[in-house]
Ligand binder design. Structure first.
Ligand code: FES
Length: 473
């Protein structure tokens, strides 16, 4: 007998047979419900809530969930079977405390801020930092999937709703009173928050209608959305540019935020060139056969002896972006991967219960080639040589997990750039806070927004060659 399953907030519904495992349905219907340990029932990271039709909790669920959660209809997506017509709320954000890495050369701002990342939301409220996974993950893990869904006004409103509800809930739990928050994020995230039409971003020349400051009110806060530069260089990129501009003592410098979408600037005397390059989801641990996002149990670092560390010291459930990069570095050091990326273990290389496969190495090569090609092309456009660069500033939450040796040895950065690499931390959150609390920072941002030249490097001559060169390990 068939039953109807409705997934919220996307509203997608389908029919399946009674007694079917939800895991099978997720795979068959390609539902974007994260399965951090690949459905092995060891991570507890695939929590969903049944609004109606909750099946009885299985033994593993009783171990990984609290009694109260089970009573509220929370289950593990990889463990339950579907017994009757049901409605499932996919992905439940759970905030945890964080320490935003502060770059000592940057001025401190007291002020409230939110950094809306495609994968993670960071909130700094009255000096307390909280983060949680962006609940929009049900519409895909990367910026391009989100954009495609957000082109439909009804879906965009649902995406906005799930995000603002999650922010409201976290602010409420943090005891935030009525206050103003600076909000930075990429152009798709801010466009969804402001419920703006995003069609222009979906096709060449990638122009967005709104890029000025605007604000929205949610239950317990006023959100002031920071201005954006242009196209895919949004408010988060403006924060990166501002931070690098404020701390640079000598020019030229390169500033970058490496992620599924990598933003990059070359700041030279009298000229600022910026670009944005899609690098695919490998850096977030997605699109990797046994990949996971950075959560407890994720392998986040592998040393040269091929010993691995997991987040929270928990049993390994998968490998996240930094884990994959360090593993490839270590395997290369040991001669187990060739320069062109061939893994000499045809059945994959095991790190405990987690395996790395040939296709994972390819995904990493493609992702890092985008970063490499971006650097090369910016240098070419500015008519500079790599040796002339004085500093590389690396920002973002992912960047902080990367060791400089990995970046150089695996050729994320062209070999002729010998400049020191400095890590600036989450400058998007820093900028969001400073925009609403420092007149100086706000004025600097507005002036840099006008000065930055935005380049579409993938359209330029020489990009393909640089990209292919960047595939080498
Ligand atoms: S427990 Fe379900 S994916 Fe890990």
């Amino acid at each position: 007998m068939e039953i109807t399953v409705k997934i919220l907030p996307s509203g997608a519904s389908f029919r399946t047979r009674r007694g079917q495992s939800l895991l099978k349905v997720i795979k068959k219907e390609h539902l974007a419900i994260p399965l951090p340990c690949g459905g092995k029932g060891i991570c507890g990271g695939c929590r969903i809530r049944f609004k109606r039709g909750a099946p009885p909790a299985q033994e593993i669920e009783r171990k990984l969930l609290s009694k109260k959660e089970i009573e509220e209809g929370i289950r593990l997506a990889c463990q339950c079977t579907l017994e009757e017509d049901c409605e499932i709320v996919a992905f439940l954000p759970k905030a945890s405390e964080c320490t935003p890495t502060a770059y000592p050369k940057l001025m401190e701002c007291k002020g409230n801020g939110i950094d809306v990342g495609t994968s993670t939301i960071f909130i700094d409220v009255q000096g307390k930092c909280l983060n949680f996974w962006n609940p929009q993950v049900v519409w895909g893990v990367d910026i391009i999937s989100r954009l495609q869904h957000a082109l439909d006004p009804e879906t965009r409103r649902a995406m906005k709703e799930i995000l603002t509800e999650a922010i409201e809930k976290v602010l409420e739990e943090a005891g935030a009173d009525e206050s103003a928050f600076g909000v930075a994020g990429n152009p798709v995230m801010l466009g969804i928050l402001a419920d703006e039409e995003l069609d222009g971003l979906s096709r060449y020349p990638f122009v967005k209608k709104h890029s000025e400051e605007r604000s929205i009110n949610i239950k317990n806060a006023k959100l002031i959305l920071l201005p954006e530069i242009k196209g895919f260089l949004g408010a988060d990129a403006l924060c990166l540019l501002t931070a690098a501009h404020l701390v640079s003592e000598e020019l030229p410098v390169i500033a970058m935020d490496i992620g599924t979408n990598t933003e990059m600037f070359l700041i030279a005397e009298g000229r600022i060139l910026g670009t944005s390059l899609p690098a695919g989801p490998a850096f977030e641990g997605f699109g990797i056969r046994e990949g996971t996002f950075a959560q407890e149990g994720a392998i986040y670092e592998v040393d040269e002896e091929l010993n691995y560390k997991t987040i929270g010291g928990k049993p390994e459930i998968g490998i996240c972006g930094s884990g994959l990069i360090s593993a490839v570095y270590a395997l290369k050091q040991r001669g187990f991967i060739t320069e062109d990326g061939q893994l000499l273990f045809p059945d994959g290389f095991s790190l405990g219960r987690v395996k790395i496969y040939q296709e994972d190495i390819r995904a990493l090569q493609l992702a890092k080639a985008a970063v490499y090609a971006g650097c090369k092309m910016l240098l070419r456009k500015a008519q500079l040589k790599g040796e002339e660069i004085k500093r590389i500033y690396l920002a973002g939450n992912f960047g902080g997990a990367l060791k400089k040796a990995w970046l150089r040895d695996l050729k994320f950065i062209p070999e002729d750039i010998k400049a020191p690499i400095e890590y600036m931390g989450n400058v998007s959150l820093w900028g969001a806070k400073c925009y609403v609390s420092s007149k100086n920072v706000k004025e600097t941002m507005l002036s840099l927004k006008k000065k930055a030249e935005v380049l579409q490097l993938a359209e330029e001559d020489g990009f393909q060659e640089a990209y292919l060169e960047g595939m080498k390990l």
